[in-house]
Design a protein around this ligand. Structure first.
Ligand code: BGC
Length: 774
């Protein structure tokens, strides 16, 4: 009797549910969940295995730009980025993968459903979330965002974006967290934990050194091993070790000559062997060139999947150039994830996540990250003011998120004017009419696509004559001008009329300020951008400057909460605002050469990125890393170290007291200056941070940090090791990277070899790196 006949007979003889709990189904194939994954693989044909490692493909909905594609499929979850293939024979489900960092990117309206809508919450973008420096808050955002994924039937969220912010011109900076790897790592880890608490997989992306959009599909990043280890890899390393994300997405670019999805050194040696990553690696959509190398490198899943990839693998296994055992390993890792997926568990998703509850959290998260950059004579909060004049198109047509795969289709987006109205502010409605007309006309003249990639048209500002502004100033008590910038995937920011303000913007800000100031009235400027912009040419005109980045669907409400003082701002900069673009250490090497479509980009600034550069080389920034004002003041006292000699670790504690008149939260930052006797080290580096609770006036909180040996160490290339030099280490506790409040020291008696790693990802060319000699 054949196996299957015996099985059927047993089914007949034994209790009814016996046959459903057995490792073989009626077609006599081992089943995912009941049979071992190895036994399933041993039963699979070559073609079936390839179906597991190659995604189900894109349909006609893919959005395409010069520099890539973003996924958009019409499957079970319309507008998701892609899916894996199901193999029902083995009980293998399809898994749905969907963007992205600021919220679930799915189609809100489905072509076959005229009754229901599928809106998702547009959360504040990554840069704003990170500006809260609040890992608890970010974990709760991750949890709620992951819950939307779960309730909309999504298995894997393609987020968070964790690339280091190397240069203010990167078009996707808004999706990322910081120029500092420790901060990026901790924020990313909190987000991943929150998302995965739902059983949804989180994907940290884009691994690694995808720090620009210009020719992102092909650019080769030449970067030293040290800069890679200390900066570009470090944030990912922290997230992997702290939060065990289920997925990693390799990037589009090459690093030192190899496409990241084809780099065994990156995906296997570093990610899996050194860091202990246990999940799966997927390509970015259409990333890499050589599918066979991707399999060998340990890039398990080819997304979005195409017939070409299938045929290439098939041919390679058949002609012996790809060992089938390697393919089996890739399959095994994907099946190990599939068996834990919500789809496998047949989770009965309801398509009705708690959007109202999430809106409340989105508003809170946004207001907690808003950074107050300037506040002369307590211009803010706005109290006892009768009427506001709102200038700037973005006051009415606020950019709540960026473009591309990081865009979210939320039901309502609250503009700044609407937020102010909701908060009960009295405002100049004639001015509003004027702007509405202007913006509407511009959109008729230059229709905006529904889904966008890269740069979109920004409505040019209205030119108001001096007389017109005079009249507005007579009728209002304070002016607000919002600077709007919009950019996203596939395109970097231009210096002119991008990073810099255009002439009209500068002229209008200046004239509005002059006229209002002459009447003893003030001007508040709001920066509604996705990355640092130039501020020096106009900041003297502003009495207060507020930076909400792109604050998600609740933008206007969250901004109003800060403007009226309901929320005391506690966000701090996670990136430096340079005085001018040329002050940025990467500015000579961005986006690489040739400038139009760069093939090569050399990271000549080495480890001197962001504040590591500004502070080591004494370049005065406009606003430094870690900076942010509050409506109250804080005093730092009693810095204590657990020991003056380092052994295994050192605990550092400090007491922060609110010495002002309103309740507030403070972001406390720990910087460490290493001895730098034989090693070239930045002046100081962030090694810890903590956000206090809401402290009432007079209240104090003691925060504690723990410094480990790795925090002391630097990567020494010729030894392929993290080494801490012997000598004196200065602990600097500050309210920003420059505003150091208390300092102490400890000593490390002997040089410490903290961690030996593999000599991999070596640059193929000599990179003349910047050196800072003390
Ligand atoms: C982006 C990814 C995104 C993917 C799927 C790509 O173009 O780089 O971040 O997850 O598209 O939409």
């Amino acid at each position: 009797m054949s196996c299957s006949k015996t099985f059927l007979l047993l089914c007949f003889l034994l209790p009814f549910n016996w046959c459903f709990s057995q490792p073989f189904n009626s077609n006599n194939k081992p089943q995912l969940g009941t049979s071992s994954i190895k036994s399933i693989i041993s039963e699979m044909t070559l073609e079936e295995k390839i179906q597991v490692v190659v995604g189900a493909g894109l349909d006609s909905q893919a959005s395409q730009s010069d520099d890539g594609i973003i996924g958009d499929v019409k499957g079970r979850v319309q507008g998701a980025a892609g899916s894996t293939n199901s193999l029902p024979k083995y009980g293998i489900p399809e898994m749905i993968l969907s963007d992205g960092p600021a919220g679930l990117r799915i189609d809100p309206i489905r072509h076959n459903d005229s009754i229901n809508t599928y809106y998702a919450t547009a959360w504040p973008v990554g840069l704003l979330l990170a500006s809260s420096w609040d890992t608890t808050l970010i974990a709760s955002v991750g949890k709620a965002l992951g819950n939307e994924a779960k309730e909309y039937g999504v298995d894997v969220l393609l987020a968070p974006g964790m690339n280091l912010i190397r240069d203010p011109l990167n078009g996707r900076n808004f999706e990322y967290y910081s120029e500092d790897p420790l901060l990026s790592g901790f924020i990313g880890a909190a987000y991943v934990k929150g998302v995965q608490s739902n059983g949804v997989g989180s994907t940290i992306k884009h691994f690694v050194a995808n720090n620009q959009e210009s020719n992102r599909l092909n650019v080769n990043v030449n970067v030293s091993e040290r800069a890679l280890r200390e900066l570009y890899l470090r944030g990912f390393e922290i997230a992997v070790k702290q939060a065990s994300p289920l997925w990693v997405m390799s990037s589009y670019n090459k690093v030192n000559g190899t496409y990241t999805p084809e780099s065994y050194d990156l995906l296997t040696t570093i990610l899996r062997k050194e860091w202990g990553f246990k999940g799966g690696v997927m390509t970015d959509w259409g990333g890499g060139r050589n599918t066979v190398e991707q399999m060998r490198a340990g890039n398990d899943l080819i997304m979005p999947g195409a017939e070409f990839a299938t045929q290439t693998i098939l041919k390679a296994v058949k002609n012996g150039s790809l060992d089938e055992k390697i393919l089996d390993e890739n399959v095994e890792r994907i099946l190990a994830l599939a068996v834990n997926s919500l789809s496998f568990k047949k989770y009965n998703y309801n398509n009705t996540p708690d959007l109202n509850g999430h809106a409340v959290l989105a508003r809170k998260a946004a207001s907690e990250g808003i950074v107050l950059l300037k506040n002369t004579n307590n211009t803010l909060p706005i109290v006892k003011i009768n009427k506001l004049a709102l200038f700037g198109c973005a006051s009415y047509d606020t950019f709540t998120g960026g473009t591309g795969s990081g865009e979210v289709y939320s039901k309502d987006n609250v503009s700044i004017v609407d937020g102010l109205k909701n908060a009960g502010f009295n405002y100049d409605s004639e001015l509003e009419l004027r702007y509405d007309k202007h913006i509407t006309q511009d959109k008729i003249d230059f229709p905006r696509p529904k889904k966008t990639l890269g740069k979109v048209r920004i409505t040019p500002e209205i030119f108001f004559s001096k007389e017109q502004i005079e009249e507005v100033a007579n009728n209002n008590d304070i002016a607000i001008f919002t600077i709007g910038r919009q950019i996203g995937e596939g395109k970097d920011v231009d210096v002119e009329d991008g990073f810099n303000l255009n002439e009209l913007e500068k002229e209008q800000i200046k004239t509005i300020a002059e006229i209002f100031h002459a009447k003893n009235k003030k001007l508040v400027v709001i920066i509604n951008a996705g990355g640092a912009i130039e501020t020096v040419s106009w900041h003297n005109s502003a009495d207060a400057i507020l930076l909400p980045w792109k604050a998600g669907q609740e933008s206007g409400n969250a901004i109003a909460d800060v403007l009226n003082g309901l929320v005391n701002p506690s966000g701090k900069l996670t990136v430096t605002f340079p005085k001018k673009y040329e002050d940025v250490s990467s500015s000579n090497n961005f986006p690489g050469t040739p400038a139009k479509r760069p093939k090569q980009v050399n990271y000549e600034e080495g480890v001197y990125v962001g504040y590591r550069y500004f502070n080591s080389f004494n370049i005065e920034p406009a606003y430094e890393f870690g900076f942010g004002l509050s409506y109250t003041q804080f005093e730092y006292r009693h810095l204590k170290l657990s020991s003056k000699k380092f052994k295994d670790f050192i605990s550092v504690s400090i007491t922060v007291t609110n010495t002002g008149h309103v309740a507030g939260k403070e972001v406390v930052q720990l910087y460490l200056s290493a001895p730098a006797a034989s090693l070239d080290r930045p002046e100081a580096e962030l090694k810890g941070f903590a956000k206090t609770a809401l402290l009432a006036p007079g209240a104090s909180q003691t925060v504690t940090f723990k410094l480990s040996a790795k925090d002391l160490a630097s990567y020494v290339t010729d030894q392929s090791a993290w080494i801490a030099e012997a000598g004196k280490y200065a602990v600097k506790i500050g309210a920003s990277s420059k505003d150091i409040k208390q300092t102490s020291q400890f000593a490390l008696k002997q040089v410490l070899l903290v961690e030996k790693v593999n000599k991999v990802l070596t640059p193929q060319i000599a990179i003349s790196e910047l050196i800072h000699k003390k």
